[in-house]
Design a binder for this molecule. Structure first.
Ligand code: CP
Ligand code: NVA
Length: 305
């Protein structure tokens, strides 16, 4: 049976309904650690123009655990590096591969590959979104706290791809999310205008203490995302009041969970005490990438129950 339209591509999280997210998370939980055969004979291409540890390895392992294979395609070692267009590359890849996981700068490029390749494309991070990561984050929260609703979520730091994706998640699922970002570094206005987010907007703040007070989940990310290296010194100075440290965590609920998609710049956006401390769920969060991606790939190829 062909996949449904909503599950064909995953370019941004608001392409999924709350029910689809719920189903994906329960499948991820149910099948964690299982080996199966849904991807037998299938090949996933990993088309990456940015570095990766977790995303690359978790997708490759997911395909292996589902009986399929993956092929890693960095921009440097393909003809993209010599000027072959992305459209031509996508058309050719669509003739060989069964799906593509793509990591790149522009969201528009992921959309272009989805349109030109005519095979399912999953966003493996763009400057605007990181959907698989936030699905893994949601799985981590539901595993640790037994629920997603009835909790308060605080995102502190840069209004980047992680913040944008969390905003879409809270809009679709109806979660209670407060974001504290420095003035001028807020989330993407087009994300705030997305229908699900207009129906259920987040609370936008500048004060990290106000965001974290009483929160059940505290989330941060690097202040210097891939591609922003030239701004690093200014950002590190400007974002200093947004560091997640023990004093900030002390304002959260005593059972609060700390999330960071990694890689972390310890001593910048988070202190060693917090990321290595008992409230940190970052290693489970990284592991959960594998479980949610396997669930997505199984759903794509007809394996969902
Ligand atoms: N969190 C995440 O996407 O990590 P990588 O950049 O290592 O893939
Ligand atoms: N915001 C970070 C996430 C890394 C997984 C970046 O885009 O570099």
């Amino acid at each position: 049976m062909p996949p449904t339209k909503t599950s064909f591509h995953l370019l941004r999280l608001d392409e999924l309904s709350a029910a689809e997210i719920g189903e994906l998370l329960s499948e991820a939980q149910r099948t964690r650690g299982q080996r199966s055969e849904e991807a037998r004979g299938r090949v996933l291409g990993l088309l990456f123009t940015k570095p990766s540890t977790r995303t690359r390895v978790s997708f490759e392992v997911a395909m292996a655990q589902l009986g399929g294979q993956s092929v890693f395609l960095s921009s440097e070692t393909t003809q993209l590096s010599r000027g072959e267009s992305l459209a031509h590359t996508a058309r050719v890849l669509g003739r060989y591969l069964d799906a593509v996981a793509m990591r790149t700068h522009r969201q528009e490029d992921v959309e272009l590959v989805a349109a030109e390749s005519r095979i399912p494309v999953v966003n493996a991070l763009t400057e605007r979104f990181h959907p698989m990561q936030v699905l893994a984050d949601l799985l981590t929260v539901s595993s640790r706290r037994g629920q997603l609703h009835g909790l308060t979520y605080a995102y502190v730091g840069d209004g980047n791809n992680m913040a944008n994706t969390w905003i879409l998640a809270q809009g679709v699922l109806g979660l209670d999310l407060r974001l504290a970002t420095p003035p001028g570094f807020g989330p993407d206005p087009t994300v705030l205008a997305a229908p699900a987010v207009r129906r259920h907007p987040p609370t936008l703040l500048a004060d990290p203490k106000e965001a974290v007070r009483g929160a059940d989940v505290v989330i941060t990310d690097t202040w210097v995302s891939m591609g922003m290296e030239a701004e690093a010194a200014d950002r590190i100075r400007l974002f200093a009041p947004y560091q997640v440290n023990a004093a900030l965590m002390a304002l959260a609920d005593p059972d609060a969970v700390f999330l960071h998609c990694l890689p972390a710049h310890v001593g910048e956006e988070v202190t060693a005490e917090v990321i290595e401390g008992p409230q940190s769920a970052v290693w489970d969060e990284a592991e959960n990438r594998l479980h949610v991606q396997k669930a997505w790939l199984r759903a794509l190829w007809g394996g969902a129950s």
